[in-house]
Design a protein around this ligand. Structure first.
Ligand code: ZN
Ligand code: ZN
Length: 252
């Protein structure tokens, strides 16, 4: 860094100090305008081996350079419906869960780039990035999108599209009726009922025989992404994979 830039950064930090959203430490670099390098480095990234269906991490194995992934016990019993597999870049914990809450509920659209970088880091290591025809965000109902000012999944999908070339961003999938925020609902049954029939591809479908990467910020019970997967399949999609910034533990 040249001296002038260093000075202007020092000045900016003095005039407009920014503090780590996780530990409160004063941020002295510009790397990531929200979290200090320590907190972001400690974020619980998902590493191999993880479940080949739901994406949840298995306990770490030592002695393997690239341990093979395999399905978890619950996916061997019952697969997530309508989607081929789910990938998640991190566990919904630590700085990542803080980042997603700020991103979603506290008007911080700039966090899209921070979270997308984490997702791209995961994708390069673990996914076949050239396998998709479309990158499709989980849609918000237009009323909620208007209130929030943006759809967080759309911002993520947009930031990811280049890394998944030749796939194109497409927003034909719509939320055709308003739903409650899934995290506010008590159990799996209520969450499933909340999203049944909520999604559809409106107008002529571009998805005939397509392989789709469906993008969401957090996947918990997979109710939302399953319903989106069903709507995309009704619109002609051949395969739907899901990619989330984080995977949360399902409520009981
Ligand atoms: Zn910190
Ligand atoms: Zn699984």
């Amino acid at each position: 860094m040249d001296a002038l830039r260093e000075w202007s950064l020092t000045l900016k930090n003095l005039l407009l100090p920014v503090f780590c959203k996780q530990c409160g430490r004063w941020l002295l670099t510009e790397e990531n305008g929200f979290f200090c390098p320590t907190c972001w480095e400690l974020t619980p990234r998902i590493k191999r081996p993880f479940c080949t269906r739901c994406g949840r991490p298995h306990s770490e194995v030592v002695g393997f350079d690239r341990p093979p992934n395999f399905p978890c016990a619950s996916c061997r019993e019952k697969l997530p419906a309508h989607v081929r597999r789910i990938y998640g870049a991190a566990r919904y914990d630590g700085a990542v869960s803080e980042a997603i809450k700020l991103f979603k509920f506290h008007d911080r659209p700039r966090l899209a780039a921070v979270l997308a970088d984490l997702m791209i880091e995961f994708a390069r290591e673990n996914m076949d990035c050239a396998a998709y025809d479309f990158v499709v965000p989980v849609p918000l109902h237009r009323v909620r999108e208007r209130d929030r000012g943006y759809n967080q999944s759309r911002l993520l999908a947009k930031a990811l599209t280049l890394a998944f070339a030749p796939a194109r961003l497409d927003e034909s999938l719509c939320r055709i009726r308003p739903t409650k925020v899934q995290s506010g609902l008590a159990d799996q049954k209520a969450r499933r009922a909340n999203v049944i029939g909520a999604f559809a591809v409106v107008g002529e479908s571009p998805f005939q025989h397509a392989t789709i990467l469906l993008v969401d910020d957090v996947v918990t019970t997979a109710g939302t992404v399953s319903e989106c997967g069903a709507a995309l399949k009704r619109a002609g999609a051949a395969e739907v994979d899901v990619f989330a910034a984080a995977l949360a533990a399902a409520p009981a």
